[in-house]
Design a protein around this ligand. Sequence first.
Ligand SMILES: C[S@@+](CC[C@H](N)C(=O)[O-])C[C@H]1O[C@@H](n2cnc3c(N)ncnc32)[C@H](O)[C@@H]1O
Length: 236
Amino acid sequence: MPKEQLVKSRQRVSDHGEVFTPRWLVDDMLDLVKPETERIDSRFLEPACGSGNFLVPILERKLEAVRKRHGRSDFEKRHYALFALMCVYGIELLLDNTNECRESLMGTFTRFLSPSTDDEWLRAARAVLAANVVQGDALKMTDATEKPIVFPEWGYLGRGRYQRRDFRYDSLTQRAAASEGLFAHFEEHEIFTPVRTYPQMTVADLAATASPVVEGATAPPVIEQAERDETTEVGA
Ligand SMILES: C[S@@+](CC[C@H](N)C(=O)[O-])C[C@H]1O[C@@H](n2cnc3c(N)ncnc32)[C@H](O)[C@@H]1O
């Protein structure tokens, strides 16, 4: 097995604190939250995700759960695999790491579906990754264009249909504060409202919107507002 590269350069360590976590340590840390890593629909966010050293093993564990629970039906297996990918999120400051992270997740997803992966599924997965793995500053909560980071919340409705609602990251981080103090008297849905809700979509719909989702050029219409649920934060 090739030796893991945990540092790219001294300069990057000094400028960005960029030291990647070795696989054995990632596995040990994930074992601390093992039941969550083996749930297909648990959401994981890595706010300094590097090239995906946490997110890839998380996806692998979720896909193993997909194999066990839905492996007998190719239709269900594919759709739940995409849903597993939809539940993995990252923020990374540097563009090369962001791209490596997306590619590594893509590789894991593609290997899981192979040999029957077709172009539509790949485009759908790329659209998901473009939205879920954001190049940005997790401390300022802004993306590379200085706009507030927005994350999609995906749901699988069954029968090949997904739903998507987008939320601002800065409002999601107020969740902890909402249980006490200033926001205590508010209902959650009064604080956590989506900035955009999309019509239900199939894999084909998702694949067709791949470019607009990647580039943020065109967005489907807002149709409603609703509340938000939990996401687990992980990482080094
Ligand atoms: C210590 S490395 C950890 C990477 C990965 N979590 C791992 O364990 O392998 C920290 C990562 O955070 C990124 N980073 C540094 N400051 C950041 C910020 N403000 N927002 C998002 N990412 C940041 C760095 O570029 C680097 O990839």
